[in-house]
Design a protein around this ligand. Structure first.
Ligand code: ADP
Ligand code: MG
Ligand code: MG
Length: 203
């Protein structure tokens, strides 16, 4: 992965979030406060405006993370912001990174999200899509970026679907207790979009 591919990924995430704003908003209306689509669309629209400057993959993701933190309110801004900042930091200043290096960066992103939000797998959050995606990416990393990204996106989709039956223990949805059961988590859904975007630009 070089800086151009990193930019293509982040741009594809922005396009997907823009196209799926209504879906993310509706999911958040059921168990949150109806702003997840708007939050992420605002953030990634701002990211598109700063993508031209960075010259390495690490810098692309670091700038993405900083912009999300500064432009997005709510839980998802700091969480996605920390994820991309940690990914950027892990990749350092290399002009190209291979699939195992991206895997290590995605793992650093997971650690950052879990440290900031305190959510474990099973708590019905973005972690339920992101954690299995990272595990799948790591397992397939030896087969290259495209294979790893495809495996990660499929694992994220399965994790996202599994949030339907979970009871939320973190974030706004946790206020609903049992009533959060039966609804798909918005953040797990946007995390699936993030990995589908990676699979689409690496295929
Ligand atoms: P807010 O809940 O502040 O309105 P968003 O609607 O943008 O923020 O994002 C909600 C999503 O954030 C949830 O669906 C969930 O996936 C994720 N989330 C919330 N709290 C946490 C947490 N503590 N750890 C991980 N993810 C979380
Ligand atoms: Mg919300
Ligand atoms: Mg909110």
């Amino acid at each position: 992965m070089d800086a151009a591919l990193a930019r293509a990924w982040v741009s594809a995430v922005a396009a997907s979030v823009a196209a799926q704003t209504e879906l993310l908003t509706q999911l958040d209306a059921a168990i949150g406060d109806s702003d997840h689509g708007v939050n992420l669309n605002r953030g990634f629209t701002a990211v598109l405006a700063v993508l031209d400057g960075p010259e390495t993959p690490g810098e692309v993701f670091a700038v993405t993370g900083r912009t999300l933190v500064s432009k997005v309110g709510g839980a998802s801004g700091p969480l996605y912001g920390s994820l991309f900042r940690a990914l950027g930091k892990a990749l350092g200043t290399a002009s190209t990174v291979d699939a195992p290096e991206v895997a290590a960066g995605l793992r650093a992103g997971l650690d950052a999200v879990r440290k900031l939000g305190g959510a474990a797998p099973g708590d019905k959050t973005m972690v339920d899509a992101y954690e299995p995606a990272v595990v799948a990416f790591e397992k397939a990393a030896a087969d290259g970026l495209a294979a790893a990204a495809r495996a990660a996106a499929d694992a994220a989709a399965a994790g996202m679907r599994a949030t339907v039956d979970l009871r939320a223990r973190k974030g706004r949805a946790s206020y609903l207790g049992e009533r959060s059961i039966g609804h798909q988590d918005p953040g797990a859904t946007s995390t699936w979009l993030v990995f589908e975007a990676l699979a689409s630009v690496t295929a």
